[in-house]
Design a protein around this ligand. Structure first.
Ligand code: AMP
Ligand code: MG
Length: 450
């Protein structure tokens, strides 16, 4: 395991007092290690988890050639262009769920339902709305169909033995459905991450506390809870911790013992940091950064080493992880700490920008980046090159069908209202300057993340 100094030494121009967002990403990519323990879970409990091994298709999907439409099945070779409609006699009906076993001669067809097995020798289906029927026969107009149309081929979705799902893929609704279509009742996923979090500050009230002068209710534990839960992490709420070294030390040690990662908020700004810094350095390995971004400039990142006890993962069966307070990966020796700033919007922005991709990497997910949407700015925005700015916006479809963004108002780093009213964050990159009305800008959409 590399020390923070070793990671820093490998990064060109590393400067903790002026970290570009890209440097933060690069640092975190080297700092975190993915969990390795597999757990076999019933399919319905795997949504949002990460596959721990490749899944090969044990069967052909669909298992037979079948009809894609309600209509009539026949041998397509009879469609040879004759310039006259093709008239066929209906000799039976093929229903979904059972094979039709009669024989079909030239000049004949079988009425067929969607999903029904194609009777042998037939390769084409004419949808019922395209034909005219009379007595016991149908007539197919010229030019409406080609041989092979409306037939789904055996194995066209997934052929037996082919890779259907891959290790490191996040289980989405579509992937759950795909696994079910293969008849799989369980999947082997990486055990979920357990993430502990607490807020710091003498002025922070928990819900239910009596309001008092100078105090504010804790919102960070609620946004962090939501962000972590959406990511599929198991959460451990350790409450509010006063600005007191002994209490903070106890909270860090408790969290490191029970969780893979610890998220704190507050106490990392200049001044306060001196005190947290000494404490965290005693317990582990920590770097304090000033990041060239807005909001969210101060942030601490590191590891707490002195966990009270480490559970031995090697003796744990794959299905009993829930009974353990924490499973340690081999070689693991503590918890990763993300010390986020205190301001409520800065917490959310630093989480989305840095913590989310790092946690996805720890979860074993192979894709950790989130593609940005392009939209048109409806406003001029003043922006200094040399830092990354995140602005709370509402993205909507303009009259011309293109996406456009409007600010949701006051962009102060403590103003949660404009965050609550936003559906995305406008991301103005490090080198970007002012934005004019009509310029194309990048947006990180919240959907899926928060
Ligand atoms: P700090 O980084 O501790 O100096 O906090 C910066 C600002 O964020 C201060 O105005 C704090 O009162 C506020 N703040 C810190 N933690 C929280 C929290 N958990 N909920 C709401 N506001 C907070
Ligand atoms: Mg504070």
């Amino acid at each position: 395991m590399k020390s923070l100094d070793q990671i820093a030494a490998g990064l060109q121009g590393y400067d903790p007092q002026a970290m570009a967002c890209d440097d933060v990403h690069r640092f975190l990519q080297q700092l975190v290690t993915p969990v390795t323990q597999p757990v076999e879970l019933p399919l319905l409990r795997t949504l949002g988890k990460v596959l721990a091994s490749d899944v090969e298709s044990p069967l052909d999907v669909p298992p037979h050639d079948n009809s894609a439409m309600d209509g009539y099945a026949f041998a397509g070779a009879q469609l040879a262009p004759k310039g006259t409609p093709l008239v066929l006699r209906v000799v039976g009906t093929a229903l979904a769920g059972k094979a039709w076993s009669g024989t079909v001669a030239t000049g004949e067809c079988v009425k067929i339902m969607t999903g029904a097995i194609m009777p042998s020798g037939l390769d084409t289906v004419v949808p019922q709305e395209l034909v005219t029927t009379s007595a016991n026969s149908i007539s197919i107009p010229v030019g409406v169909l080609a041989a092979g149309d409306n037939r789904r081929l055996r194995g066209e979705d997934l052929a037996r033995g082919r890779a259907a799902l891959q290790k490191g893929e996040l289980l989405t609704p579509a992937r759950l459905g795909l696994a079910a279509s293969l008849g799989l009742k369980t999947l082997t996923v990486f055990r979920p991450l357990r993430v502990a979090y607490f807020s710091t500050g003498d002025e922070i009230l928990s819900l239910g506390d009596a309001p008092r002068e100078g105090a504010v209710f804790d919102s960070n534990r609620y946004t962090v809870f939501g962000l972590l839960t959406r990511l599929g992490c198991e959460v451990l709420d350790l409450g509010v911790v006063r600005d007191d070294p002994a209490l903070l030390e106890a909270a860090f040690l408790d969290a490191a013992d029970r969780a893979d990662a610890i998220i704190t908020s507050g106490g990392v700004s200049v001044g306060e940091a001196d005190f947290t810094k000494v404490l965290m350095q005693q317990l582990g390995d920590v770097a304090f950064w000033r990041i060239a971004m807005r909001p969210g400039r101060p942030m601490a990142v590191g590891r707490i080493f002195k966990a009270k006890s480490a559970h031995d993962a090697r003796n744990t069966s794959v299905s009993s992880y829930e009974n353990n307070s924490k499973l340690k990966d081999p070689g693991d020796c503590g918890a990763i700490v993300f010390g986020l700033p205190g301001n409520p919007v800065a917490v959310m922005v630093t989480f989305l920008a840095f913590v989310r991709p790092a946690l996805l990497q720890m979860m074993g997910a192979k894709a950790t980046d989130q593609p940005l949407l392009q939209a048109r700015s409806t406003e001029t925005i003043r922006k200094k090159p040399g830092r990354t700015e995140y602005q709370r916006v509402w993205v909507s479809t303009a009259a011309d069908g293109r996406l456009e963004v409007c600010s949701t108002g006051n962009q102060g780093s403590g103003v949660l209202r404009s965050m609550a009213e936003a559906n995305g964050l406008l991301v103005l990159g490090h080198t970007q300057g002012n934005v004019a009305v009509g310029d194309t800008v990048n947006v990180m959409m919240f959907d899926g993340a928060i």
